[in-house]
Design a protein around this ligand. Structure first.
Ligand code: ATP
Length: 325
């Protein structure tokens, strides 16, 4: 009984934490206002995926007081114009080129997640601007921004509903063929057909429980259905078995192809494939370049590589090395 009780406390605490998060996001919504003269970006698919640019972005998270004041009065956040050392993003400038993969790496707390939250406007820059295709994202309609930027976090959220409903959520007008194609490209279709009810299987806490790797591939299938020109992705850190690891890598590759992607990279295979790596530390870009260039430079990246990625390197390189030999 004691074990059951302590387990229950953990579940209750977890539930409360998620509620907090929900309210946190709801509270923030009034801060992200659409300008009356906001414009849309060209529809997806008509042009090359647009680039993302951070232009001297300073950012600090609003304090609890600022958030509640702003949501009570439904006004834009008034921010003190002071430049001190407490910036989460400290004058950050970079370009994530159109159609290319940009990987963000850096120590914990460096600001990588914050960068990815500014692109879909979960928060606005305190100073400076985030631009998509040269346009300040505050000048875009929220609908256009939502259609343009696809976000995949580490924890894919699935509703307690059928797999089909969970997928259609990304694109309500998708046909059966679209669903099959997306699931196939996300390397999850074989799993789906093996389930007793296929796409009509109910998933979620009280339904069929997908593994972490399966959930991520469902998230990628959703992304493919939505097909946004820009993808912001927090690559999963969870340890996966090697088969689902390889499946996810292939799924990722097809999901990101041709899109402008900004990825918090935890896997060596992703950073090696990146067209550009941005090394973030204390809210600034400390180094930028490709894997080879940064290793050569022997700076912070080389150090991170030794501490975070070298083990993955020996795991991944062994088969290649023997094939080459
Ligand atoms: P990690 O690799 O550990 O995920 P990160 O590089 O993604 O780290 P961020 O999550 O962007 O770093 O955090 C940057 C800083 O902002 C940290 O000091 C963190 O404590 C702070 N921070 C993050 N989210 C919030 C928030 N919602 N409110 C206040 N401060 C926050």
């Amino acid at each position: 009984p004691v074990n059951t009780l302590s387990g229950m406390q953990v579940s209750v605490m977890t539930a409360l934490v998620s509620f907090d998060r929900v309210f946190e996001v709801l509270d923030l919504q009034p801060l992200i206002a659409e300008r009356p003269d906001a414009e849309s970006l060209p529809a997806a698919g008509q042009a090359l995926a647009p680039e993302i640019a951070f232009d001297s972005v300073f950012f600090r998270y609003p304090s609890a007081d600022e958030v509640s004041l702003a949501s009570l009065e439904n006004i834009a956040l008034r921010r003190p114009e002071r430049l001190d050392d407490s910036w989460t993003l400290d004058g950050m400038s970079f370009v994530a080129p159109a159609g290319k993969l940009t990987a963000l790496v850096g120590p914990s707390g460096a600001g990588k997640t914050t960068i990815t939250q500014l692109v879909p406007r979960l928060y606005d820059a305190t100073q400076g601007a985030v631009r998509i295709g040269g346009r300040d994202i505050r000048d875009l309609t929220l609908q256009s921004l939502r259609d343009t930027v696809g976000v995949v976090t580490q924890e894919a959220h699935l509703f307690h509903d059928t797999l089909r409903a969970n997928l259609l959520f990304a694109r309500p007008d998708a046909t059966e063929d679209d669903l099959v194609q997306a699931c196939t490209a996300a390397r999850i279709w074989d799993t789906v057909v093996a389930l007793s009810d296929g796409l009509d299987t109910v998933v979620g806490d009280r339904g069929y429980r997908l593994s972490g790797g399966e959930k991520q591939r469902i998230a990628l299938a959703r992304l493919l259905l939505k097909s946004p020109p820009i993808v912001v992705l927090d690559e999963a850190t969870a340890h996966l078995d090697s088969e689902s690891e390889a499946a996810i890598q292939r799924a990722l590759k097809s999901a990101l192809a041709g899109r402008t992607s900004l990825v918090i990279a935890h896997r060596l295979s992703t950073i090696r494939e990146a067209d550009q790596i941005l090394v973030v530390e204390a809210g600034r870009i400390r180094e930028r370049g490709t894997h080879e260039e940064l290793l050569e430079a022997g700076g912070l990246y080389a150090e991170l590589y030794r501490t975070q990625f070298a083990q993955q390197s020996s795991d991944e390189l062994q088969p290649e090395a023997s094939a080459a030999g």
